[in-house]
Design a protein around this ligand. Structure first.
Ligand SMILES: NC(=O)C1=CN([C@@H]2O[C@H](COP(=O)(O)OP(=O)(O)OC[C@H]3O[C@@H](n4cnc5c(N)ncnc54)[C@H](O)[C@@H]3O)[C@@H](O)[C@H]2O)C=CC1
Ligand SMILES: O=C([O-])CC(=O)C(=O)O
Length: 308
């Protein structure tokens, strides 16, 4: 399994690190436009191999897509991150051009790739990658829901006073401060609905804290997060590499599922060797349907800013 990660910045390097530590890929290529940067990150990471016990070979290249040839999975993390006070949507002006060029360059050398889009605004960048590459919809996957769900579980565990491993929950909808929708109704602590333990008010607080998870970290760090984003991507790449058929909420091109078409939005999907092997169309209540529809409206508005 050969994996290419474009963008050797905070998120890209974290992706490469977690993929290597999990030891399921033979090769990871890091590519960046900043001269020598990816080479440096790759060398630093390779010098952790004997310490962390992995055999994955990590190489770094500056802009040379021929080195990415034959990749099974490619991840796009190139682009600018937001600063405190900004929304993800404000990044579209710079990131759209980068994602368009990077996705077509990757396709030229890896025609069979499964593409994971991370750059923000992620749902719109995933839609753009579809338009730019024409790849079948199972082979373009946006990463957002896996991260948002991890943050939801963190907040749930905090509220419950429980270990995170005892908690399950999922976030669907657009990967934005207002668009994402933590499914509190379906969240559980060891199979017991969390509403058995938490008041409606506390659950609403969990939901709100989850939605601003990225903004909270951006305010603390001065730039956006990277550890949990990198871990979320590595989990998705592992599900594809190892054909696990695990369910992750991912941004995917919808064609009637959830009553939506011509939009990439976060919904549960089964990930395996073919990428998105199934979109899981779960039954939502009226309130949840209304949230998802509003979230879709927001993403469509951002998609309207794209130039093809
Ligand atoms: N979908 C998600 O859940 C998340 C998305 N993000 C997004 O990921 C992106 C990257 O974030 P960070 O790694 O923190 O930023 P960063 O600034 O640390 O790294 C970005 C890297 O991309 C490189 N780059 C820029 N243009 C390029 C090009 N055309 N080709 C190759 N490399 C290029 C830069 O040189 C830089 O090294 C941002 O857009 C951020 O908003 C970040 C966290 C989570
Ligand atoms: O908050 C950001 O801008 C980066 C991101 O998407 C996240 O960490 O969820």
């Amino acid at each position: 399994m050969k994996v290419t990660v474009v963008g050797a910045g905070a998120v890209g390097a974290s992706c490469a690190e977690y993929i290597a530590i999990k030891n399921f890929a033979s090769e990871v290529v890091l590519l960046d436009i900043k001269e020598g940067f990816a080479e440096g990150k790759a060398m630093d990471l390779m010098q952790t191999a004997s310490l962390n016990g992995f055999d994955t070979k990590i190489t770094g290249v500056t802009g040379d897509y021929s080195q990415t040839a034959g990749s099974d999975v490619c991840v796009i993390t190139s682009g600018i991150p937001r600063k405190p006070g900004m929304t993800r949507e404000e990044l579209i002006g710079i990131n759209a051009g980068i994602v368009k060029n990077v996705s077509t360059s990757l396709l030229e050398h890896s025609p069979n790739m499964i593409l994971i889009v991370v750059s923000n605004p992620m749902d719109t960048m995933t839609y753009l990658a579809h338009k730019a590459t024409g790849l079948p919809k199972n082979r373009i996957i946006g990463m957002g829901g896996a991260l948002d769900s991890a943050r939801f579980k963190y907040r749930l565990a905090e509220a419950l006073g429980a270990p995170i491993s005892d908690v399950d929950g999922m976030v669907i909808g657009g990967h934005s401060d207002t668009g994402m929708f933590p499914l509190t109704r379906l969240a559980t602590r060891n199979s017991v609905p969390v509403s058995e333990f938490l008041s409606e008010e506390r659950l609403n607080q969990v939901k709100e804290d989850t939605k601003v998870g990225g903004a909270t970290l951006t305010k603390l760090l001065g730039t956006s997060a990277w550890y949990a984003p990198g871990a979320a991507v590595s989990g998705m790449v592992q599900a594809i590499a190892c054909d696990t058929k695990k369910i992750f909420p991912c941004s995917t091109l919808l064609d009637g599922e959830y009553g939506l078409t011509d939009i990439c939005l976060g919904v549960p999907v089964v990930l395996g060797k073919d990428g998105i092997e199934k979109i899981v169309d779960i039954t939502l209540n009226e309130e949840e349907k209304a949230h998802l529809a509003a979230s879709a409206e927001g993403v469509k508005k951002t998609n309207g800013l794209l130039e093809f």
